[in-house]
Every structure is written in structure tokens, then in C-alpha cells.
Design a protein around this ligand. Structure first.
Ligand code: SF4
Length: 378
């Protein structure tokens, strides 16, 4: 299969979640979950505001007890993004949430108390017009499927999801999003792949219990990157053990950016440096990254430290700097537009970025012309 074919996003059916639509050609929305007790309104709202500030678009809270259930509507009134209630074990909490102000519920039908209770939840979700995530998890798969397959393998996870979809559809309900989570990356990847071959329901993707930063981000990036590049995923959560919940949101957006599934900021391509380096590249790139923090133009900016790959990368980027001997050459859309000293490099680059719409200046020098400018004498 050609690379371009493998990265085409799979078209799923659309499911409305408050003001957002999940699936179809809509963006892959970034989701997170609070680590607070929902009994604590102030703490929960404060954490959701931190997530909102980072760009989170859907947030989930756990509703394990009556006291937490009582707070759902109050919490929703104090936040600006759709609220998802996450329920395990007690189907009455799911029924209760469907009477509160939330845009979606998430249940794991495998631990909600059996088929009859699951059906009660589905019927009420249908009546209330509330979508639901069928959250299948390798750690809490139905016993009969574990016995049938011997372990919570991808086939077992997919059979669980399809079984619950079939039951819901038999009751006339189809507002579902599906997740098939495992902390084992190959199992998660294969589960999403198998499911997507058999169903067009949108998927929420995640690698569950990925652990602490930085390994948790690396593990999630491996799994979610492969899933996204396989064309799968309509919402995403990076599950990290971190005190700064916004880490989850930042990591999710970075994964969407790196897979080109959703580009919402400039991407800086910088070389790792080596013995050929002749400028303080770390300083230059750090300053550029800092000054790009609020920039949302989806530009590809390449900053390389010498002429080995610098001109080639710079020509391929929207804007590029090929550096050497304390100088640099700035490229715009493949053409050289300026020669700059190292001390002016960041200002000159930012000048091009800040005037990107108006900028019409392009140079005419052939790429080979820059070699005498920045080449190191032997
Ligand atoms: Fe080294 Fe040049 Fe490559 Fe940077 S671009 S890593 S300085 S060879």
C-alpha cells in the first residue's frame, strides 16, 4: 500500500456531542479527564479551566457516587466545553447523569451490571437524545469473552464492542462512539484496526494508563501515532500520570500535528546538531519557539545548523534557515530571500513570519549561490 493511501483518514458516521460533531470529516477533537473527585466542585472546575486554557475540547469527569452525581449540572454551568460523565459499575449513576446537564456519558457495558441494566441505560440515552461512548477496556472485559479467547486479545475487545453496538441498535439507538483501550500498545493498535474494518462508528482513541512523563508520552505517541496514521480516530486522549493536566492536551495536539491529522501551529524542524555546527543553534531555536508560542499559522519552519542538510530542508519548508560560520541564509518557499548574521537571525525569521500574508519578497538566487556565503573553509 502506498504511503499516501495508508494515511487517508477513515470516514466515520457523525455523532453530535453538544456543539461538537464527532466523526465524519470533523476535526479530531482533543479530550481529557479530570483527576479530581467530582464531589469537589471548585477543584474539578479549576482543573477543567486549566484544560480549557490548554485547548481541551471535551472533558470527562468520573461519577461514582450520588454526591458526585448531584454536582454534574453545577460543574457544567461553570465550564465552557462539553462535559462527559464517566460511569463504572453502578448503572443508576448512568441513568442519573442522563437527567443532568452533560453532553455525553461513557460507560463500559462489561462492568455496568449485565445486559438488562445496559439496556435501561441505552433506552434512557435514546429518550434524552444523549450520545454514549462504549468504552471497552482490556482490564475489564466480560468474563465469557476472556474465557472464549483465553486473554483480552484484540478479537475479544472488538467482539465486546460489536456486541454492545448490536444490542443498542436493536433498541433503535445509534449515537455511539467506541473506544477499545489497552495499556499494551500492539493490542490497542490491532483492536482499533480490526474494529474499523467492521464498523463505521467513530472512535475515541487512547492508550490507557500510559504512565508518567516522559515515557507515558513516548508510549502514547507510538500507539496513537500508529492508530492515527492508520486513518483511525475521531477524538483523542493522552492518558498521563502528571500533576499538570494540560500536559495531556499539549501531547495530544503535538501527536495530531506530527501525524498531520490536525495542524494548528507552526512546526519547527531543527537539527540535533553535531560537530559541524557553527552557530548557537540551541539558543536560536529556543528563542524562535518562545516567540512562536501564540502564533497559529500552520507554517513549516526549518532551522538547520550547517550546509549538509540545511539548504535542502530549508528549500522544502515554508521558511528555512541554513546556517554556517556565524551566518545564515533565509529561504521562503524554496527561494533565498535574505542573508543574515547569526545575531539577526531570530529577528529576521520572525519578521518573515509576522508579515507572512503581506510578504511578497522572494529572491532569485539559486541554491548553490549560498554556499560561498556560509561554507566553512577547509
Ligand atoms: Fe550536524 Fe549540520 Fe546535520 Fe545539524 S544540519 S546535525 S550541524 S550535519
Amino acid at each position: 500500500m502506498a504511503y499516501s493511501e495508508s494515511v487517508k483518514r477513515r470516514k466515520t458516521r457523525e455523532v453530535g456531542v453538544g456543539p461538537l460533531v464527532i466523526g465524519g470529516e470533523n476535526p479530531i477533537w482533543v479530550q481529557s479527564m479530570t483527576a479530581t473527585h467530582t464531589e469537589d466542585i471548585e477543584g474539578t472546575v479549576s482543573q477543567i479551566h486549566e484544560l480549557e486554557e490548554a485547548g481541551c475540547e471535551l472533558v470527562r469527569v468520573t461519577v461514582p457516587r450520588l454526591k458526585a452525581l448531584e454536582n454534574v449540572t453545577t460543574i457544567r454551568q461553570k465550564i465552557g466545553i462539553p462535559l462527559i460523565c464517566d460511569i463504572h459499575f453502578d448503572y443508576r449513576m448512568a441513568l442519573g447523569c442522563l437527567d443532568e446537564s452533560c453532553e455525553k456519558i461513557r460507560i463500559n457495558p462489561g462492568n455496568i451490571g449485565g445486559p438488562d441494566r445496559y439496556k435501561q441505560v441505552v433506552k434512557k440515552a435514546k429518550n434524552q437524545g444523549i450520545p454514549m461512548r462504549i468504552g471497552v477496556n482490556a482490564g475489564s472485559l466480560e468474563r465469557d469473552l476472556v474465557e472464549k479467547y483465553g486473554w483480552p486479545c484484540p478479537e475479544a475487545l472488538v467482539e465486546s464492542a460489536l456486541r454492545h453496538i448490536e444490542t443498542a441498535e436493536s433498541l433503535g439507538y445509534d449515537q455511539m462512539v467506541v473506544s477499545l483501550k489497552s495499556s499494551h500498545v500492539p493490542t490497542a493498535l490491532e483492536s482499533y484496526r480490526l474494529f474499523s474494518e467492521q464498523s463505521d462508528y467513530p472512535t475515541h482513541i487512547g492508550i490507557t494508563e500510559a504512565g508518567m512523563v516522559p515515557y507515558g508520552i513516548t508510549k502514547s505517541a507510538v500507539g496513537l501515532g500508529a492508530i492515527l496514521l492508520g486513518g483511525i480516530g475521531d477524538t483523542i486522549r493522552v492518558s498521563l500520570l502528571t500533576e499538570r493536566k494540560s500536559d495531556e492536551v499539549d501531547a495530544a495536539f503535538d501527536m495530531l500535528q506530527a501525524t498531520t491529522r490536525r495542524v494548528r501551529k507552526p512546526e519547527v524542524i531543527a537539527c540535533p546538531t553535531c560537530g559541524r555546527l557553527e552557530i548557537d543553534l540551541q539558543k536560536v531555536v529556543t528563542e524562535v519557539e518562545e516567540r512562536l508560542k501564540n502564533q497559529d499559522l500552520p507554517l513549516k519552519i526549518s532551522i538547520l545548523g550547517c550546509i549538509v542538510n540545511g539548504p535542502g530542508e530549508a528549500r522544502e519548508a515554508d521558511i528555512g534557515i541554513a546556517a554556517g560560520r556565524g551566518k545564515g541564509v533565509i529561504f521562503k518557499k524554496g527561494e533565498i530571500i535574505r542573508h543574515v548574521e547569526e545575531s539577526e537571525m531570530v529577528d529576521a525569521l520572525m519578521d518573515v513570519i509576522d508579515n507572512w500574508d503581506e510578504e511578497t519578497e522572494t529572491g532569485t538566487a539559486a541554491p548553490g549561490d549560498l554556499l560561498p556565503v556560509i561554507q566553512t573553509p577547509q
